[in-house]
Design a protein around this ligand. Structure first.
Ligand SMILES: Cc1cc2nc3c(=O)[nH]c(=O)nc-3n(C[C@H](O)[C@H](O)[C@H](O)COP(=O)(O)OP(=O)(O)OC[C@H]3O[C@@H](n4cnc5c(N)ncnc54)[C@H](O)[C@@H]3O)c2cc1C
Length: 395
């Protein structure tokens, strides 16, 4: 009895360091702080900058966000955009198909599009600002049975009982643990930006998908007058441009045959705001933790964006890590349970995302039914499994 009371009242660790103040690191900080744990977050950026892409928050991610920080989904609904329709267009700008999104009716939550930067701000506003340490680029760590010492570029080291690597697809923490090297390039180049933009052809509550030949573009409203565009092209090899101006000319060249309405979004974007890079993932891990160090979000399971699940599964991780902490007798048990809860599900989603990514480029046909299939290679059972995932009621 005493043991159980102890288990429920005293946190199993006192001090946690999280590397990375992206959505995953901040969500984990909210969860663990609510259990009375001293959490500190270390972020390499010098300031919170308008960065990142437009993200689709799906019912499973929203279910977990609601449990992590009650009320936050309502805040995001007012700053982001609820998608009512997905619209498939050809490169001439003609609408091929419009589908009503049925997420709310089918899964109890809408599809919400938000800007990564706004999401970061909304999550950070739920934390005391003095626990977020900007300008802290983690370069390595050492651990023994008593704790972890974390090293930063040009800053003093810090000590913690547990280190969580929430430092994204190029995670230094993962690399130090497992030494796998660079992520896999999965054959698809990406150009993207978020800008203040309005075009009469794109309606506010629509998510537009334009299918070209081995290339496509997403245009989405992320709220507050901002539009996110993401352009992708199948490219077996990838090369990066040498300057911001070259990036912009390159993408405009790729869209040379496309309707003026699509080119106009790119033309309206200042060159230095366009991000160019490869789409990458990594194979699933067999272990997520070692000693007093664990991983979360893209650091643990980076995936191709085809199913728009990266950040959604990251919120699942953060919540479930918290559950494992509150329900386990010690750190080792908590980390074992965390892996058991997360590994299988994220492995399946990673595999389906990689498959979906290549189906985008299967052939050049734009027959509506076929293209929809490629866009969303999800059957009903899989969709239910994916989107109906909710925090367990034992919490
Ligand atoms: C084009 C595109 C579209 C996408 N669309 C969707 C979508 O619709 N829906 C969806 O769910 N997901 C989407 N994703 C994926 C989503 O962006 C990621 O899954 C999500 O951001 C992961 O969150 P995270 O906190 O784990 O990592 P990140 O968002 O990558 O954050 C990591 C943080 O760690 C910091 N950091 C990195 N290294 C260090 C270091 N050494 N020291 C200190 N700090 C460090 C970074 O600066 C950053 O702030 C998309 C991705 C791309 C590329």
């Amino acid at each position: 009895m005493e043991n159980l009371t102890q288990k429920l009242s005293k946190p199993i660790v006192e001090k946690v360091a999280i590397v990375g103040a992206g959505p995953g690191g901040l969500a984990a900080a909210i969860v663990l702080r609510s259990q009375g744990i001293d959490v500190q977050v270390y972020e390499k950026a010098q300031e919170f900058r308008p960065a990142g892409t437009g993200l689709g928050l799906a019912p499973n991610g929203l279910n977990f966000l609601d449990a992590i920080a009650p009320g936050i989904v309502e805040t995001l609904k007012s700053s982001g955009c609820e998608v009512h329709h997905t619209v498939l267009k050809n490169i001439q700008g003609e609408t091929i198909q419009t589908n009503a999104t049925k997420y709310l009716e089918q899964y109890g939550q809408p599809l919400l599009t938000v800007w990564w930067y706004h999401l970061q701000q909304v999550l950070a506003s739920r934390l005391p600002s003095d626990i977020i340490h900007l300008n802290h680029r983690c370069i390595s760590f050492d651990q023994d049975e008593n704790g972890v010492e974390i090293h930063f570029d040009g800053e003093k080291p810090v000590y913690a009982d547990l280190l969580i690597g929430a430092d994204g697809v190029n995670s230094v923490i993962r690399e130090t643990l497992f030494g796998e090297g660079k992520p896999n390039y999965i054959g698809s180049m990406c150009w993207r930006a978020v800008i203040k933009y309005h075009h009469e052809l794109f309606n506010d509550y629509e998510l537009v998908f334009v299918k070209g030949n081995k290339q496509f573009m997403y245009i989405l409203n992320v709220g507050g007058g901002y539009t996110s565009w993401i352009s992708r092209k199948l490219s077996p090899d990838y090369s990066l441009s040498h300057s911001a101006d070259e990036v912009k000319s390159r993408i405009l060249h790729e869209l040379a045959d496309w309707d003026e309405s699509f080119r106009a979004v790119v033309e309206a974007t200042p060159a230095e705001q366009i991000w160019e890079g490869p789409i990458c993932d990594r194979p699933p891990l067999t272990h997520w933790s070692q000693g007093r160090v664990t991983l979360l979000g893209d650091a643990a399971h980076p995936m191709a964006p085809a199913m728009a699940q990266g950040v959604n599964t990251t919120f699942e991780d953060a919540y479930e890590l918290g559950e494992c902490f509150s329900q386990s007798a010690n750190l080792q048990e908590a980390l074992t349970n965390y892996k058991q809860r997360r590994l299988e599900r994220t492995k399946i989603i990673q595999a389906r995302s990689a498959l979906g990514e290549m189906r985008y480029y299967d052939d050049t046909s734009t027959s509506p039914g076929q293209t929809e299939q490629r866009q969303m290679p999800l059957n009903e059972d899989f969709s239910k499994w994916l989107y109906n995932y909710k925090p367990s009621v034992t919490s």
